[in-house]
Design a protein around this ligand. Structure first.
Ligand code: PEP
Ligand code: MG
Length: 320
């Protein structure tokens, strides 16, 4: 137990003036979880569970899923594990979940819309998560939320399954902020969600109306665009006023130039690629919240992503 306490102290990250910022890792597999733990991750802020579902002919069974989630939870030795519910559709097709041809897949059947349209799949996944020991280590995160009804439906299902399975311990249910709708209603979501985590990859695509996978517009798809940053700042303001924490699990959390801005906007959990965890901690530990806030204010006043990036470079220069 002493070893666990020592490792927790070593892993805990805070700013130079004492604001706790959790540094988590994004993972898909048990191997990723082992790597993340070795890098000092304080948990996982995004388990991309769709990895279990892609490139196969049938959906994974409850037992198969449970074994994978339990393996990840064990590798992270009691630390929080945020499992994102099946995020299929759009750029992630699965042969056994038929989705009719769509003119605009990015605006069609994807994320929680697909899961809610296939209740048996969703139920199996939720049962597999709820079976993980210790109960509560794994939290549930809902992708592509556009309205609170989706959260309510998942929460009701989780509570029903907990009742059936005799699980008294509450299990946290959080939402991803990937649509402008979720960002602008973060206060409403925060009233019923346990946490919010911003998926900056999709949020950027939907705020800028630029396909994240289209090479022709790739140069413009930058999450440091002031419109995206303002949206992140607003989501933080709205949700933290309701007492909920806001994290970032999109690619922006793995961008060293962005971290001071995100912390200054009010983000308190960063889930990055495992290889960036140690550097992320170093950056956060070298910051005060006061200077991060002032820096973020300037970023919100920039006129373009290019200007924000120049500002971020100048800020980094002051640390050398
Ligand atoms: C995101 O959209 O930022 C995200 C984390 O989800 P994915 O990249 O898997 O769509
Ligand atoms: Mg996404």
């Amino acid at each position: 137990r002493r070893e666990a306490a020592q490792s927790a102290a070593k892993d805990a990250c805070q700013t130079a003036d004492g604001t706790r910022i959790e540094i988590f890792a994004n993972i898909g597999t048990v191997d990723d979880a082992v790597l993340a733990a070795a890098q000092g991750a304080e948990g996982s802020g995004l388990v991309r569970s769709e990895f279990l579902f892609l490139d196969r002919d049938t959906a994974p069974s409850e037992d198969e899923q449970h074994a994978a989630y339990q393996g990840i939870a064990d590798a992270l030795a009691g630390k929080p594990v945020i499992i994102r519910l099946l995020d299929i559709g759009g750029d992630k097709p699965a042969a056994y979940i038929p989705i009719a041809h769509e003119e605009n897949p990015a605006l069609g059947q994807r994320g929680i819309r697909v899961a809610l349209a296939h209740p048996a799949l969703l139920k199996t996944q939720l049962r597999a998560i709820l079976r993980v020991q210790p109960v509560g280590q794994c939290k549930i995160m809902i992708p592509m939320i556009a309205s609170i009804d989706e959260l309510r439906q998942v929460r009701a299902l989780v509570d029903r399954l907990r009742g059936e399975m005799g699980i008294a311990t509450p299990v946290e249910v959080g939402v991803m902020v990937e649509t402008p709708a979720a960002a602008m209603t973060a206060d409403l979501l925060a009233a019923e969600a346990d946490f919010l985590s911003i998926g900056t990859n999709d949020l950027t695509q939907y705020v800028l109306a630029m396909d994240r996978g289209n090479p022709a517009v790739a140069a413009g798809v930058d999450a440091m665009h002031p419109a995206v940053l303002r949206m992140i700042g607003e989501a933080c303001r709205l949700a933290t006023a309701r007492g909920r924490w806001v994290g970032v699990c999109g690619g922006l959390a793995s961008d060293p130039a962005a971290l001071p801005i995100l912390v200054g906007l009010g983000v308190t959990e960063l889930s990055a690629v495992p290889g960036f965890v140690a550097e992320a901690k170093q950056i956060v530990r070298g910051l005060t919240l006061i200077e991060a806030r002032a820096h973020a204010e300037l970023a919100l006043q920039c006129k373009s992503a290019t200007e924000v990036r120049a500002l971020a470079r100048a800020f980094e220069e002051t640390r050398r």
